[in-house]
Design a binder for this molecule. Structure first.
Ligand code: M6R
Length: 415
């Protein structure tokens, strides 16, 4: 629909095996067996307008800046801010009877799912098994019909995620998907399609889809906690109020663009970068490394900060920038001791934290990026922004094709 938007807003989706004959004035559609079939024509609303770059140099830059708005749309779909509650009926899933969630996704969507795992387990006491979709489908794991299967995908067309979904369907699980493209195959083949309202994402590097996936997962974790009785009405209210703050805090975080651009000028000179984080900041470290490598072609690795001593510390010398994602949370002190280990070996620390974290870090940093204070639930959504901006500006300095980096496709529809 996006590719065709300059020409038409009328779209007919074919089913698997369908084929069509295009005449100048009409289309004939046939199914796999050659029988003529009717497939409904749908209107794609406002797509042509939405795929404009506006005043931005790249789609990625535009999409980064759209985040406060689209996060707010996504949250409002699942949460009733005035009532301070998860919206009744927005998540038609039986969390009460579920014994666990089996989750799969690829790339950035997988990292969103990984953050979701922390939330579902902590807020709803619901265990989550999450895997990269290509491994999920080949692992032949035992699946229980009492489990919920959940897939996360921006495009809704990723081949491995779709294959994992079909595997779970065959095993008789209820299938839910968090998707950005509502008419996609993954959405259509799910029992319950849970939307993210990011709008069309054109840049190959996923940005606004990621934070909207986080917004949806956080809302689902609250809904699951409520359904399973693991949070009280007061706690639900508190969590919903915290999430309501996310768009405003995201706008504030975007104001750090100038500082991050200055830092990116230096990062564009290096060959390797290490990202560290603990708790929900660990998936963000993975996401930061992915974002940097895919658009700037700089080699980057993301690690759980606690793993530093188990190998990657050997890489640290005075040429190695180490980006530490560390809001002042329950894990902060432990991450500080990791930073001291890095500093002792001459590593150059770039700390992304909040005011309290900046005061308490007790270690010399090359740069400290100070974000507004945020609750533990909102922090991953907020900390995604500087990580994206850093990758974006570095890639611009490197002169790469930011929106269409080499060797990558927006949607990976082959294995
Ligand atoms: O469309 P999907 O969310 O299923 O795509 C999954 C990955 O291919 C995607 O997130 C990829 O890793 C991005 N290029 C990351 O920026």
């Amino acid at each position: 629909a996006i590719a065709l938007s300059p020409f038409t807003d009328s779209i007919t989706y074919l089913e698997d095996g369908d084929w069509a004959v295009l005449h100048r004035d009409r289309v004939e559609i046939f199914d796999e067996a050659g029988n003529p079939v009717m497939r409904a024509m749908q209107k794609s609303v406002g797509t042509a307008f939405l795929v404009d770059k506006g005043n931005h140099r790249h789609f990625m830059e535009k999409e980064i800046h759209e985040q406060p708005e689209v996060i707010s749309h996504t949250l409002a779909h699942y949460l009733d801010f005035s009532a301070g509650a998860a919206r009744e009926g927005s998540v038609p899933l039986d969390f009460w009877h579920a014994d666990r969630i089996a989750m799969a996704a690829c790339g950035t969507a997988f990292y969103a799912g990984l953050v979701g795992k922390y939330w579902f387990e902590r807020i709803a006491r619901l265990p989550v098994d999450i895997d990269i979709a290509s491994e999920f489908r080949s692992r032949d794991m035992p699946l229980s019909r009492k489990s919920l299967a959940m897939f996360v995908s921006q495009s809704g067309e990723t081949a491995d995620t779709l294959a994992s979904l079909r595997h779970c369907r065959e095993a008789g699980l209820t299938v839910a998907s968090i998707v950005n493209v509502r008419q996609s195959t993954i959405a259509r083949e799910s029992d319950v399609a849970l939307p993210t309202l990011a709008g069309p994402e054109i840049g190959v590097a996923s940005t606004k889809a990621f934070t909207c996936q986080l917004a949806a997962l956080a809302s689902l974790a609250v809904a699951a906690g409520k359904a399973r009785g693991t949070i009280s009405t007061d706690e639900e209210k508190r969590l919903v109020r915290e999430l309501a703050e996310a768009p405003r805090l995201a706008s504030q975080a975007l104001r750090l663009g100038g500082q991050i651009e200055g830092l990116a000028r230096e990062l564009a000179q290096v060959r390797h970068v290490l990202y560290l984080g603990r708790g929900t900041s660990y998936p963000l470290a993975l996401e930061g490394a992915l974002k940097l490598k895919e658009i700037s072609y700089i080699h980057a690795e993301g690690y759980a900060a606690g793993e530093l001593k188990h190998g990657p510390i050997a890489l640290i010398d005075e040429t190695m920038p180490v980006i530490v994602i560390a809001p002042h949370d329950r894990f902060f002190e432990k991450t500080v001791s990791n930073m001291q280990e890095v500093a002792a070996r001459g590593g150059r620390i770039i700390l992304i934290t909040d005011t309290k974290g900046a005061k308490g870090a007790s270690v010399r940093t090359m740069e400290t990026i100070v974000l507004p204070d945020a609750s533990e639930l909102v922090a991953p959504i907020l900390y995604a922004l500087p990580v994206q901006l850093l990758a974006y500006h570095t890639a611009v300095f490197m002169g790469t094709d930011v929106d269409q980096p080499r060797n990558l496709a927006k949607s990976v529809t082959v294995e």
